[in-house]
Design a protein around this ligand. Structure first.
Ligand code: TRP
Length: 328
């Protein structure tokens, strides 16, 4: 069966764009392929300086992944730092990639340039080596990523091929694949930009943990246009079309069909809000249950950690043997 790996950094709260655009597909996808989902807390260290922050985000993200319906007995959900093989293979990867290759990574160039006056962690530079370890440890065939990560998968392939030719066939050479397309969810205040938590204010971004009142308010204030006709046209009516897309994704139906059922914006906004609230209600309920039961959450994460480590340690051993490190 095809092995798929995707990883997510524990930074910030999950919003509707993350959920409808990507995470919801993880839940459907878990039955189709052998999927591994890592919460890559060690990657988040490149931008973390405060104690406790990463751990807290990790717990919250883990609870959210289980709350949306990922099943630890079907998919392998694990925390990166629970599987020390990531760091161990990460060093081997650093010795298999060149300084020049890392210097050409656009994400490093962008991120380090933006932080010119600030502290630029060396980990920001070697980050792709750790990411290569994440992927190669699991013999992943496919890595679903957006365009911003394609270069990191390319370098992972180069590393795998180089290692295999130096030391003998050891790693599966992975492929970047385009994730199953989810709904495109735009910012409610700026409907021509994707919904994102980095927007100036939270008014256009619906978080999965927002309470119903906050969700209603955000939809009520959503930017539309100066007409009054409800029609689905992403280019001519981005705000209204975004509401229709969200309503369709949360409640069912197609945006164009739904458009015909509405004569005014107010009702469309109210129904979009209700559909989102209804969709999130069970997710929020399960999230709270898990957050109030740390023992259970830990149990679920331990299932993933064991499964992940079994695979990861076998691969690390294979790599050490291929190199010919002295066994203890
Ligand atoms: N670099 C990825 C990001 O910023 C996160 C990541 C870390 C990742 N390891 C990975 C993604 C392995 C896919 C596979 O989004």
């Amino acid at each position: 069966m095809t092995r798929v790996l995707s990883c997510i950094q524990p930074t910030g709260d999950v919003h509707l764009g993350n959920y409808l655009g990507a995470l919801r597909n993880w839940v459907n996808g878990q039955h189709e392929k052998d999927v591994y989902h890592g919460i890559v807390d060690l990657h988040a260290l490149t931008v973390t300086t405060e104690s406790g922050v990463v751990g807290e985000s990790t717990v919250s993200l883990a609870a959210m992944l289980f709350a949306i319906g990922l099943d630890p007995d079907v998919a392998t959900i694990f925390v990166q730092s629970h599987v020390p093989e990531h760091s161990q293979l990460g060093w081997v990867m650093e010795c298999t990639v060149s300084f020049g290759e890392l210097s050409r990574m656009t994400q490093f160039k962008d991120k380090s340039a933006k932080r010119e006056t600030d502290f630029v962690a060396a980990g920001l530079f070697t980050y792709p080596a750790l990411q290569a370890a994440d992927i190669l440890l699991y013999d992943a065939n496919e890595v679903p990523v957006g365009d911003d990560q394609r270069q990191h998968i390319e370098i992972t392939r180069d590393i795998a091929i180089r290692f295999n030719s130096r030391f003998g066939e050891t790693f599966v050479v992975p492929e970047a694949v385009t994730p199953a397309a989810g709904a495109r969810v735009m910012d409610l205040q700026a409907p021509t930009s994707k919904m994102s938590k980095s927007a100036d204010s939270d008014a256009g971004c619906v978080f999965l943990l927002d309470d119903p009142k906050a969700i209603e308010k955000k939809f009520k204030r959503a930017v539309t246009d100066s007409e009054s006709e409800v029609r689905y046209s992403v280019t001519e009516k981005p705000g209204v079309s975004n509401l229709l897309d969200i309503l369709a994704a949360a409640g069912g139906g197609t945006p164009a069909q739904l458009a015909e059922e509405y004569a005014q914006y107010g009702l469309l906004k109210a129904d979009a809000a209700s559909a989102v609230i209804a969709m999130l209600e069970p997710v929020q309920h399960r999230y709270r249950e898990l957050m109030n039961d740390p023992g259970e959450l830990q149990r679920l994460l331990n299932i993933g950690a064991s499964k992940a480590q079994e695979q990861a340690s076998a691969t690390l051993n294979r790599a050490y043997e291929a190199i010919g490190l002295l066994p203890r």
